[in-house]
Design a protein around this ligand. Structure first.
Ligand code: GCB
Length: 584
């Protein structure tokens, strides 16, 4: 498991964020020319941040970028090990220390780490080199364009990806050196449940080494639990009387302090503090239940996207975006279209935002379903996401993919396999994927726990005819429910509005049209007894590839890319406040 790094008496963190030497490998000669020893850098760029917007000539660079940083390695004590951890890099990374390869990682949006104790010179200057390849290819996830198989309209866009967000590249989340005990707590899983007033956390721990011993767990103001460690594995149940359940209204977190005592030792060898909540999320009949009660998910989809930093982690942007969500009156979001940063989810846990955690798989097409390599890559990606995010109470469901070709007959068996692979890792959370085809001809949704639909009636279809669009949406929802008999969430609906464009009557691209469409369609969705949620697309405008249908950025934001509200933001806020009885 990729536990979130922590500082305590047994563990240290050194940040390597800041300026790194950089070289774009235009000729693809880096390794041949031995850049892993020393890169012929021509500039410095910031980490974490996508490289694209930092320098204008890098905006459309999607080859291999080389990063280098010197660091003085800490001296390790007996029994300690040094690790390097990269929060995420898009897409294929190789890491060297002093010219020696220490590891490789495929896939963006998830962390990876390698032990480097044997490669570093303690107390001396060492060199880290990271190459990040960002080619946009059809066998990567998310995939590049497979032109003749695509079912939604991104043909010929530049760069040629098959998804509607800019394929930002580089080291996008923090880089850290970790000093850890050699035998350390490597995985902690807490499975929550409750009956009446009593909460339970079934805790499972895995160590990095197959040793024996004991783990002492302190929780809930002075309670203690002892777990026996056998061959590096331990488990037990923490019981919490008068439990305070985690919910959007009261996002109560419990702290489980774990201390590891190897056999024969009176001193703790490692410790780790898990903060998590006790709550349940499940589907029953046509309702989505949080803590046993039906809940309606209200909110917006979004992106990790901001000028200059691209998809780089920025704490202030997280505060801003989740603040805007709250300002609107949202209780939830989907991590469209990839796992968001660990920092984002930690913040969501503390602030009571419900999250549908989505994989980075946007736009599967039929040839993907026939590829064993793709199935393996997808399962591995899902396993890494579930592993990283398992303990977040904010995550109440998983989304396996966004807008695959789910009318193709290959989709059914393929998604069933992905579903089963996630179910085996997480027995509790409801699972879905996000559909964009007519539900009558969908071959995969029947395998999911609830139905997620992206619908643009009045925009891509019935464009400019809002009355007609509303009618079609209304019918499409009922037709969907008749077939699946499961709760339905509209995971996306909305319209582009260019801030400052006003028309009367309301027309495409005007602030009025967007505001009317969202508020009217929200009412329709809300009127359906089987509807479990409505997420506006999108919270903010965001950068995409270039295509004639995008005016520099996707303009479906309730807020501009700079986070200023459009008319629709005010109207949605008002509508949701009225729904809550806070406004007449
Ligand atoms: C969708 C996609 C989303 C796009 C959106 C749009 O269905 O899921 O990634 O950005 O439509 O604006 O077209």
């Amino acid at each position: 498991m990729m536990l979130y790094p922590q500082m305590n008496e047994h563990r240290s963190i050194y940040s390597l964020d800041g300026f790194w030497k950089f070289r774009a490998d235009e000729q693809r000669i880096g390794e041949q020319e031995n850049w892993q020893q020393s890169i012929p850098y021509d500039r410095e760029i910031a980490v974490p941040a996508s490289w694209n917007e930092q320098c204008n000539d890098l905006m459309y660079f999607f080859g291999t970028g080389w990063y280098e940083k010197q660091f003085t390695a800490p001296k390790l004590e007996e029994g300690q090990a040094l690790w390097i951890r990269i929060g995420s890099a898009n897409y294929y990374s190789k890491v060297w220390v002093n010219g020696q390869l220490v590891g490789e990682n495929e896939g963006a949006h998830l962390p990876f780490q390698f032990e480097i104790s044997q490669f570093v010179k303690p107390g001396k200057l060492n060199t880290f080199t990271v190459s990040v390849n960002a080619d946009i290819l059809p066998d990567r996830l998310p995939p590049g364009a497979v032109e003749d198989e695509m079912i939604v309209g991104f043909k010929g866009q530049y760069p040629n990806n098959y998804y509607d967000f800019f394929p930002y590249a580089g080291i996008q989340r923090p880089v850290q050196l970790l000093v850890l005990p050699k035998a350390h707590i490597a995985k902690v899983v807490s499975e929550p449940s409750f009956t009446e007033k009593t909460g339970y956390a079934n805790i499972r721990v895995e160590l990095s080494e197959a040793i024996n011993g004991e783990i002492q767990v302190s929780f809930d103001a002075g309670k203690q639990l002892k777990l026996t460690v056998k061959d590096g594995i331990a488990s037990g149940q923490a019981v919490i009387e008068q439990v305070k359940l985690w919910s959007p209204e009261q996002p109560h977190l419990y702290t489980f302090e774990l201390a590891l005592y190897p056999e024969g030792s009176k001193e703790a060898a490692d410790s780790y503090t898990l903060e998590t909540g006790i709550r349940t999320a499940e589907v029953s009949g046509d309702k989505f239940l949080l803590n046993g009660q039906p809940i309606f998910l209200r909110g917006a989809g979004m992106h990790e996207d901001f000028p200059v930093i691209g998809k780089g982690l920025n704490h202030a942007v997280i505060v801003k975006d989740l603040g805007l969500m709250k300002w609107l009156g949202s209780n939830s979001l989907r991590t469209t279209h990839y796992p968001y940063s660990e920092e984002f989810l930690n913040f969501a846990d503390r602030n009571g935002i419900l999250v549908i955690g989505e994989s980075p798989f946007v736009g599967f097409v039929k040839s993907h379903y026939k590829s064993e390599a793709m199935e393996k890559l997808a399962k591995k990606g899902l396993a890494r996401m579930v592993d990283r995010d398992y303990n977040h109470p904010s995550i109440i469901a998983w989304s396996l993919a966004n807008e695959p070709d789910s009318k193709d007959e290959g989709a059914g068996p393929f998604f069933k396999k992905l579903y089963d692979s996630v179910r085996a890792l997480d027995p509790a959370r409801p699972i879905t994927f996000v559909n964009c085809v007519d539900t009558d001809i969908d071959t995969a949704m029947e395998h999911m726990d609830f139905v997620s639909l992206n619908r643009y009636h009045g925009w891509y279809e019935q464009a400019g005819q809002l009355d007609e669009g509303c009618k079609v949406l209304d019918e499409a929802l009922d037709r969907c429910y008749r077939r699946f008999k499961k709760p339905v969430i509209i995971t996306e609906f909305g319209a582009d509005a260019i801030a400052g464009v006003h028309t009367d009557p309301a027309e495409l691209f005007s602030e009025e049209y967007q505001a009317d469409m969202i508020t009217r369609q929200y009412e329709i969705i809300r009127s359906k007894p089987y509807a479990m949620g409505a997420h506006v697309w999108a919270l903010c405008d965001f950068k995409t590839s270039q295509t004639p249908s995008r005016v520099v950025v996707n303009r479906k934001g309730l807020f501009t890319r700079e986070r200023y509200p459009k008319l629709a933001a005010h109207r949605v806020k008002e509508q949701w406040a009225k729904e809550d009885g806070k406004l007449k």
